[in-house]
Design a protein around this ligand. Structure first.
Ligand code: ATP
Length: 218
């Protein structure tokens, strides 16, 4: 890519998805340009920082004009498609949630659980596996730049939480609860029920044992 993107500082890179989402909204409203003041108010980053960030993208705002939305968006699209780490939220710090937080997915993957949520007062305010646990009431405030969430709450809480996640802009949910959740078509849900997987394995071992030869027995 010929754009200057090799030396973007991490702190700037972290703000890209924020800018990106806001600019996308502007773009879909048909806006062609935006001032750093407008951006600053929307994404809650001071305008000096925004100007500095944007200078790394080769976007120099013009006085009285601001920034070209289309240009910035095309830059962000190219940049964000690279090897950026996807930040993930986890909801429900029970046994399973705790295990995921301790494991985190950073070893083989460019995904990382950044924040977790629970209702349990004893958990809220703690860190598990280095990840802060927030109260579920703060969900909308704390996941403004996250698009992926892992659900490890009880089944009865799954749909309500999923609705809130979707409203907050989450577009991918890894659902470990046995509940089938309903989401808009634009949201992807992957459903993993570990107990069913285990039962299925046991069933297959019993009824379709592998012989170690070329074919499975009936
Ligand atoms: P697991 O099912 O992961 O083994 P568990 O048996 O320890 O967990 P569950 O009752 O399944 O406990 O609850 C998982 C976690 O979800 C608990 O820490 C619980 O406090 C939390 N939780 C329950 N309801 C909600 C909710 N509405 N929002 C957020 N967290 C919740």
């Amino acid at each position: 890519m010929d754009l200057e993107q090799t030396k973007i500082p991490q702190a700037t890179a972290k703000r890209l998805p924020l800018y990106y989402r806001f600019l996308n909204n502007l773009h879909s409203q048909g806006k062609m340009r935006v001032s750093s003041k407008e951006l600053s108010e929307a994404v809650k980053v001071d305008s000096a920082t925004i100007r500095r960030d944007f200078s790394y993208f080769g976007a120099l705002g013009k006085k009285g004009y601001g920034y070209n939305v289309e240009y910035l968006l095309s830059f962000f699209r190219k940049t964000l498609d690279q090897d950026e780490t996807t930040k993930v939220a986890l909801i429900g710090v029970g046994n399973l949630g705790t295990a995921f937080l301790n494991y985190n997915f950073t070893k083989n993957n460019n995904t990382k659980i950044e924040v977790a949520f629970d209702t349990n007062k004893e958990r809220v305010g703690q860190k598990v596996g280095g990840v802060p646990v927030e109260h579920i009431d703060d969900l909308e405030n704390k996941i403004t730049d996250l698009t992926v969430a892992i659900l490890t709450v009880p089944a009865s809480a799954a749909q309500g939480i999923a609705d809130r996640l979707v409203d907050a802009g989450v577009s991918g949910i890894l659902n470990f609860t046995p509940a089938r959740i309903t989401v808009p078509n634009s949201v992807r849900v992957h459903h993993i029920d570990l107990s069913i997987e285990l039962q299925a394995l046991v069933y297959f071992l019993k009824h379709y044992p592998l012989t170690g030869e070329e074919e499975e027995e009936e």
